[in-house]
Design a protein around this ligand. Structure first.
Ligand code: HEM
Length: 209
């Protein structure tokens, strides 16, 4: 694939993935799940941003050209940055009861806290990747602007993302009867896990400038 084709492919992938995840989240939660329209701007958008952000980071790992890889990485990191801010605003039992215990509904469960811990770890790895993408830092390391000191760090981000969504959604994955009130559409946590694992197993090509 030449540079122009890869460039066009990367943008089309990101836009299409974001569009599909936004439509899917609306279908599952608003059309079938009867979530009020008022929750589209944060609650629903957060699901689309997190799933497509994870996929965009995965995409950046498998691109060949350093500029395209860096651009996709920056877009993915921005989406996950927005996801983190929105999540911290809606991380309350009224929105996300699944993270909170049944007894008083006030404190998080062990699985909920561990899920967030892996989200934070993933975010720290993204911060390291961003730091390494600064040209000044790379120049000091005498690199071409695309390599980083932790070449496998995007795999660690994908792994943290996979554990993060497994801990928050696992209980629903093998109970299709729980999907009935969502039009039998599989949970986004499960689709996100499959997305992360797919990119984890894809090889990283040698970077070309
Ligand atoms: C401090 C960092 C993070 C926090 C506080 C956080 C928090 C959350 C919360 C509260 C949810 C549940 C949203 C919902 O069900 O509506 C969620 C879902 C999700 N998160 Fe994170 N997250 C963080 C970092 C990350 C990172 C680094 C990734 C991936 C690289 C990620 C990927 C996802 C995905 C794909 C979902 C979708 C699961 C679903 O909607 O069922 N998150 N996150």
């Amino acid at each position: 694939m030449n540079k122009e084709i890869e460039h066009a492919f990367a943008y089309k992938f990101i836009l299409t993935f974001f569009g599909i995840s936004f439509v899917y989240a609306n279908l599952r939660y608003v059309v079938f799940g009867l979530e009020p329209l008022a929750h589209i701007p944060l609650f629903i958008m957060n699901k689309a941003l997190s799933w497509s952000g994870l996929a965009t980071i995965g995409l950046s790992k498998v691109l060949c050209y350093s500029k395209e890889r860096k651009t996709a990485g920056l877009i993915g990191a921005s989406m996950i940055g927005m996801h983190t801010v929105i999540s911290l605003i809606i991380l309350r039992p009224e929105y996300l009861g699944k993270f909170y215990n049944q007894t008083d509904g006030m404190r998080m469960t062990g699985a909920g806290e561990t899920a967030i811990l892996f989200g934070v770890l993933g975010l720290m790895c993204i911060a390291c990747l961003l730091w390494n993408s600064i040209p000044r830092i790379n120049a000091a390391q005498n690199s071409d602007g695309a390599t980083n000191i932790f070449p496998k760090l995007s795999n660690v981000v994908l792994l943290c993302g996979a554990i993060h969504v497994t801990l928050m959604g696992w209980s629903d994955w093998f109970e299709p009867s729980n999907w009935a009130k969502f039009g039998y559409l599989p949970p986004i946590s499960m689709l996100s896990f499959l997305t992360a694992v797919t990119f984890l197993f894809m090889p990283t090509p040698k970077t070309t400038t």
